[in-house]
Design a protein around this ligand. Structure first.
Ligand code: HEC
Ligand code: HEC
Length: 264
């Protein structure tokens, strides 16, 4: 064996030890972030989120890699996985794999810092906010109307980041259906609204982001869903809102900033 090859072989043999996963570091990451949805002990908070306790480490790593590079698509997990390093991926995989599995009925609680929100119902928004946009949602047969307060509209028009005090609000309505159960369109091309279902909201103010883990934090934005009687809808996990809006950090975490800037 030549000297060069001997060194190469020695390096190869040394690799697995150098890459051994750090279960404690994985546990800390899960406690800080992943636990918001998958539960700190790998038992998830709800039906649409997989349990990861006792899952095989190799499978978890493989899924996180394809979620990170985007070949497996899920807006929430793409945003999360893109922020994980290769080491963090092996660490969290090793941690989840080390946990005992749970029965199908078991559920974890939401993280309290992600159920707390600074956003309150914007009384009188129909008079004081600007209605700046409408979107049809054919899949859910809904139409949404978007409103923004003056602080948000002024900043967007001036091409500035949305400041503290900015408030974006949406009314969610079911569409009126024809006999074939398809949404009826008005002359403007938008679905004709039938019944209002709920409201969604995002707003920011000083310090509102301070208890939110970095991988989820949208600066000082908080989120809320309101029922028709203007109360906070129970069981809203802000982790989902934050994760999906997180990649929009260059546009004030707002999907409709262009439309807002063009508001009349
Ligand atoms: C905001 C909620 C949320 C957070 C926070 C979150 N996840 Fe997820 N995760 C999901 C959802 C929802 C899915 C299911 C995705 C799908 O349907 O494709 C998922 C799927 C996964 C999967 C694939 C599981 C499978 O069976 O294929 C892995 C692995 C995973 N998450 C790991 C993590 C790790 C590690 C973290 C923390 C760094 C994390 N997740 C944080 C919501 C979340
Ligand atoms: C799966 C990704 C995803 C999740 C999760 C999500 N949003 Fe959004 N959000 C969007 C998209 C895309 C838009 C653009 C228009 C639309 O779909 O309504 C949007 C728009 C909004 C708007 C209008 C302002 C803007 O950004 O354009 C508000 C307010 C809002 N979302 C609140 C919420 C709240 C509250 C939650 C959590 C309960 C949430 N969102 C969860 C993707 C998401």
């Amino acid at each position: 064996m030549t000297k060069v090859r001997a060194i190469a072989v020695a390096t190869l043999l040394a690799l697995p030890a150098a890459q051994a996963a750090d279960i404690e570091a994985g546990k800390a990451k899960v406690a800080a972030v992943c636990g918001a949805c998958h539960g700190v002990a790998g038992v998830s908070v709800g039906e649409t989120i997989p349990n990861l306790a006792a899952q095989r480490a190799g499978y978890i790593e493989a899924q996180l890699k394809v979620l990170k590079d985007g070949t497996r698509k899920n807006p929430v997990m793409n945003a999360i996985a893109s922020q994980l390093t290769a080491d963090e991926i092996s660490n969290v995989a090793a941690y989840f794999a080390s946990l005992p599995g749970a029965g199908a009925a078991a559920k974890s609680d939401f993280m309290p810092q992600l159920t707390k929100t600074g956003v309150t119902f914007p009384e009188g928004y129909d008079k004081s906010f600007v209605k700046y946009h409408t979107i049809n949602f054919p899949a859910t047969k809904q139409v949404r109307y978007y409103f923004a307060n003056k602080a948000a509209v002024d900043a967007a028009r001036a091409g500035k980041d949305l400041p503290n005090g900015a408030y974006l609000f949406a009314e969610v309505w079911s569409a009126k259906l024809d006999e074939a159960k398809n949404p009826v369109k008005g002359a403007d091309g938008f679905f004709v609204a039938d019944k209002q279902l709920f409201y969604t909201a995002m707003a920011r103010d000083a310090g509102w982001g301070k208890d939110i883990p970095d991988m989820l934090k949208n600066e000082d934005w908080n989120y809320a869903v309101f029922t028709l009687d203007k109360k906070h809808r129970p069981n809203v996990n802000q982790a989902e809102c934050l994760a999906c809006h997180k990649p929009l950090d260059k546009v004030s975490y707002t999907f409709t900033l262009k439309e807002l800037a063009a508001a009349k």
